[in-house]
Design a binder for this molecule. Structure first.
Ligand code: COA
Length: 471
């Protein structure tokens, strides 16, 4: 008893002490680490998170552009360098409006400026050197070695601008595959996603979510922002690499968790276990099983015979088991030892979900959602892209936005999914090819009209004329 009391007293003193330290430090350093005083401007009117950061954007296709689009939404000035006459290859891919930039391009390049430069032309190199000197970050996702072949090695860039952060997406990190060109599905396969996606009895599957491209772009953006933060202390730039295989694996982390568990015994939450099918030596495909400890499955809803998306994801979370039993009309399952505990249910999950499905099939997915949410049962309607495009709440938050474009007209896009109270994103249309070339030469590089015409006449910023090509 006395010991207990003494322990309690020591804990109390320790808590008191730690409170005291916090209070003192706060009094001594009201603005902590020499940061400026809190702005008195209204929220959303004190600039954006990355205002003042200038990005030299050498990205193309999807992974790199996802990253720089995000940085642009956060306020960075993103200058996209494109090959004269050609530009980012996606401008002309999956074209739906003749003569206009494709949705593939426009939806990945909002809020950026475009300059055309032939990076292998001596005068083009001169312009690039100038931009390297005034930019904070160079982002690229060329095939391995392409940047070096342009003469833009790390040493060269670092000499021109020691503060420059050089950020790259590559397919693979250093190792046997480092020289390979990589696209989305290659990364999904090499990063462990495909082997763990799909049904046990079927082949590996890729997912529609672009976890290799867009997922790696997101990883790179975090690396860049962190490098900018570190530069505030060190004053120097650094290399940032996000390999697509690594990015996909990071998103498949729970499957590497299961790989280690499988060596110790069966994965009891996988429906394969309940069905009595033995496990092999590596993580199997688990169909629609949930990745966590709460069993879940996709169930049919009213209208499934004609509507391919009339389904709902249903999670039989333990704390709401009783509510589930009441809803589906099986009240005895609440106390029946064969059903009452998660462990007892594991071998019967298939039959249990079949019984729940008999109930969900009598309702639309939205009705199921409404009924279940009222009693805290987690469910997710399978929303089609059409439903998402038309969803008013997503329009309201700016997650789905309508953008106007001079050559293609109005189109829908996904806005910034990251919402910040003091850095509010407006989505502006993607640039036309080379739309800002003059503006950048003049305002960013401060070149004289004489210099500008000299560079232009050299052919470094424009595509070779068709007649010249033919000649
Ligand atoms: N001026 C002159 N040349 C330019 C240029 C410019 N402004 N911009 C690009 N180029 C050149 C490059 O220097 C390169 O030439 P080189 O190979 O002779 O040195 C050439 O264009 C092609 O670049 P590359 O990156 O190899 O394009 P690709 O179409 O052959 O390959 C990928 C595309 C995506 C497979 C490849 O870039 C890659 O593996 N990237 C890394 C992984 C990645 O991001 N993949 C996902 C993409 S969504």
């Amino acid at each position: 008893m006395a010991k207990k009391k003494a322990k309690k007293a020591t804990a109390k003193t320790a808590a008191k002490k730690s409170r005291k330290v916090v209070k003192l430090a706060a009094v001594k350093k009201p603005n902590g680490n020499g940061l400026p005083k809190a702005s008195t401007k209204p929220y959303g009117q004190a600039g954006k998170a990355l205002t003042g950061v200038r990005i030299l954007d050498f990205t193309h296709v999807q992974s790199g552009p996802t990253c720089t689009q995000l940085l642009a939404w956060l306020g960075a000035d993103v200058i996209k360098v494109e090959r004269p006459g050609v530009g980012d290859i996606t401008r002309g891919q999956l074209v739906d409006v003749k003569g206009a930039d494709s949705l593939y391009f426009t939806m990945l390049n909002h809020n950026k400026r475009s300059i055309t430069i032939d990076s292998k032309h001596p005068q083009g190199k001169r312009v690039l050197d100038g931009l390297i000197k005034v930019c904070d970050v160079l982002v690229e996702n060329f095939a391995p070695g392409a940047l070096d072949r342009m003469g833009l090695t790390w040493d060269y860039i670092h000499k021109l601008n020691p503060r420059m952060i050089v950020a790259s997406v590559k397919g693979f990190g250093p190792g046997p595959y480092e020289d390979c060109k990589v696209y989305e599905n290659v990364a999904q396969c090499a990063g462990g996603s495909a082997s763990t996606t799909g049904f046990r009895e079927g082949p590996p599957l890729v997912t529609g979510a672009q976890i290799g491209d867009s997922g790696t772009g997101l990883h790179l953006a975090l690396g860049i922002v962190s490098a900018l933060y570190q530069r505030m202390r060190t004053g120097r730039g650094q290399k940032v690499l996000a390999a697509m295989q690594d990015g996909v694996l990071n998103l498949c982390r729970v499957k590497l968790r299961d790989q280690q568990r499988i060596e110790k015994g069966p994965l009891t939450e996988y429906s394969q276990y309940g069905e009595g099918i033995p496990f092999g030596s590596s993580v199997p495909r688990a169909g629609n099983d949930s990745g966590g400890g709460q069993p879940g499955w996709i169930l049919k809803c009213k209208g499934w015979e004609t509507d391919p998306d009339a389904y709902i994801y249903f999670i039989t979370q333990a704390p709401v088991w009783q509510a589930i039993c009441d809803l589906i009309g099986e009240p005895t399952w609440k106390t029946d030892p064969e059903y009452a505990t998660p462990r007892a249910r594991l071998p019967k999950l298939k039959a249990i979900f079949a019984r729940i499905e008999q109930w969900t099939m009598t309702k639309t997915k939205f009705e199921v959602m409404e009924i279940c949410n009222k009693v805290d049962i987690p469910v997710g309607p399978i929303l089609s892209m059409k439903e998402i495009a038309e969803e008013p709440s997503l329009r309201k938050t700016g997650t789905v936005v309508e953008v106007d474009h001079p050559t293609r007209g109005k189109y829908l896009s996904v806005g910034n999914p990251i919402k910040m109270s003091d850095s509010i994103s407006e989505v502006t249309r993607s640039p036309l090819l080379g739309e800002h070339t003059d503006e950048i030469l003049k305002d960013v590089l401060k070149l004289s009209s004489k210099d500008i015409s000299e560079i232009k006449n050299s052919g470094a910023l424009s595509a070779p004329k068709k007649e010249e090509k033919a000649a």
